[in-house]
Write a protein that binds this ligand. Structure first.
Ligand code: MN
Length: 227
């Protein structure tokens, strides 16, 4: 097929031991760890999951230098478990949801926190706070055949070797199956979709030159330098 202009490149994430994973959409869950919901001023017990999106081409491979973004003075890290889908559908029951999963990765939901705070205050969308260029670093995806479906294990983020965020997958308010099921009631899911599942407490700002190392037990780390 020919196009009016050259077609944009397909966004991809590396796969451990295989061909790259083509990214269709990036969904992100907000406030999915109780302690992080509390640090952002919310009661985690009363809120159903909510979602926002990043563009597919916001993905950045590990070992990249990510330029400090424009229009912010409060650029935050959020370490997250990322789910990569090889299946899709609508209204997926919780007990069938994990059948859609291709694999798992470690990702960063980078956030312009000052723009997010302004958007919340003014009742405006979060897109420019969350869905900006290079806002979704993602380490290589491990296929389920190799890592299974992780439902517990340490999640942490270090900045310049110092631990800033620390949590456990078992503390997710909505687990992976519940998240997929809930999201599939809002939109039809497709192979190629990524879901960033939310961050534990300890989010904070980074500056130029900082080295970020993000970890989820059983998966390859994400390593990023802020340029
Ligand atoms: Mn997040």
């Amino acid at each position: 097929m020919s196009f009016a202009i050259p077609a944009p490149a397909q966004a991809t994430v590396a796969v451990v031991g295989g061909a790259p994973f083509p990214v269709r959409r990036i969904y992100c869950v907000g406030r999915n760890y109780a302690a992080h919901a509390r640090e952002m001023g919310h009661d985690p017990d009363r809120e159903p999951p909510f979602f926002f999106m990043k563009p597919a081409d916001a993905v950045v491979p590990t070992d990249s230098v990510v330029p400090y973004p424009a229009a912010t003075a409060d650029y935050h890290h959020e370490i997250e478990l990322v789910v990569a889908l090889s299946g899709g559908g609508r209204d997926i029951p919780v007990e069938k949801a994990l059948e859609l999963v291709f694999g798992y990765a470690v990702g960063l939901d980078m956030t312009r926190r000052d723009l997010q705070a302004q958007a919340k205050k003014l009742g405006r969308p979060w897109d420019m706070a969350k869905g900006f260029d290079q806002s979704a670093p993602c380490a290589p995806i491990v296929p389920v055949a190799q890592c299974g479906h992780p439902d517990k294990g340490a999640v942490w983020l270090k900045v310049n070797g110092e631990v800033r965020q620390q949590g456990d997958l078992s503390d997710l308010i909505w687990n992976v199956a519940e998240t997929i099921s809930y999201l599939s009631g809002l939109v039809e899911l497709f192979p190629g979709d990524l879901i960033y599942t939310g961050t534990p407490e300890g989010v904070g700002a980074v500056i130029k030159g900082d080295q970020l190392q993000g970890h989820v037990d059983g998966l390859p780390d994400i390593n990023i330098t802020i340029g």
